[in-house]
Design a protein around this ligand. Sequence first.
Ligand code: ZN
Length: 485
Amino acid sequence: MIQLTNRDPYCLRATLTTLCADTLAAHEILGFLSPSARCFCRKCMVTRAQFRANMNVVAERRTKETFEAHAAQATIPGNSTLTGVKKGCPLHLSTAFDATKDAVFDIFHDLLEGVAHWVVSLALRSFILKDKYFTLSDFNGRISAFNYGVPDIKNKPSANFSEDSLKGSKLKQTGSQMWCLIRVFGFLVANVPEDDKNLKLVNLLQSILLIVFAEAIRPDDITKLERLIEEHHRLFQELHVNNTVNVFDEDENDFGAGRQQIGRRQRVMYKEVKVHARNKLHHMTHLPEEIRDHGNLVRFWCARYEARHQIFSRYGSVCCNFINIVKSMAQMHQLSSLSGLLKTSFRAEDIELQDPLKMPLMSSDHSEILIASGVDPTSIVQAVQAVAIAGETYRSGLFVVINASAPNFALIQNLYFINDKVYLVVVPWRTVSFKCRYCAYEVECEASTHPIVVRHDALGQHGALGPWNPWSKRTVYVAPRTIIF
Ligand SMILES: [Zn+2]
């Protein structure tokens, strides 16, 4: 019972609806065998052999009833291998929870710490070793020199690509760096022909990420996502999958016996490396149904929890006392949370102004268009260099979406803070077209266009984007992080 001051006590009931965890942890908690098992999927009964034969296959769906039946028979020798279930799920004590449905796949680990690494690595292998469009040092130089713009510079990929990065394995980049690298990849390899199949594979993955990472998704987008994933897997299989040589077997124990031989063949067939499909690629085929069941998966991704690790490693380096580190971390976290509570206003949109300069509206450079947009002529305005709203920074030289349905973009020129509202003076640019090879909108400035005023809360999408140019070209593109509508 919960007792609130001046109110009758009431009973608040809660239930477990969704489990967010990486694959290894989810299998352990839910009672499945490890992800290297023959039946490796917690949503369906697909076997590794079926998946390797056809990457788009989805076998008979597991249900709570079949799971319970498999768990009851798990003690019989050999049964676990056939069903992939090791034991009963303790979370089923919460009657509404279904282990086969409510443990969503983590798109952070599956895509940004898995599939994105392999696709980029294998594409670079083809571009650098086979087609020789550029060299490794060229690519590292392009990563360093690319103009990412203020919104993305903090996620700039590391220019650390070496020959080891071309083996189809994990790259030395964090998840957020990989997201940035995938978005910028087409711009870095602008001299690769548009019809190159490896570039097409990266573009398909980019299109998938645009939908999967979106905060809002329409039913049509889910249908499109299904088609994109099917196309991506078909092309991945055509380009990279071969059942005889495998560079991805290192964590698949049931196939580990041939590893030494595989290593030898890999060196011999250096330019002909083929790979097996891995679990994370199969997880992708379940993403559309998970979005239908649970909503946007970005709400459940583990990036949120991974970000907490950084906080504790920072506390650890400040504290420097490693005796009972857990207790020290708990104390420091509590102090930090309390300090945050005292400082925070709990407004959904906390606004932070940079270098504000107060003046009467009539003294500002844009008094005419501000008045025309409805601002009271007697107002006192603050001209600002930059403004951060709910984690997104707006400053001159960045693009905003002024009309999401087209979409139309506009370049920020000036920013004003008037009566608790942010006003942006922007110049609309013409949207030429969407270019698949960059996964971005080509935009161009029209000489006759005059600045207009847009209030932040009237923008087509929250957030600003830097202008990006393909390597050694001057065309301007705006590359959105997610779908715009
Ligand atoms: Zn499955």
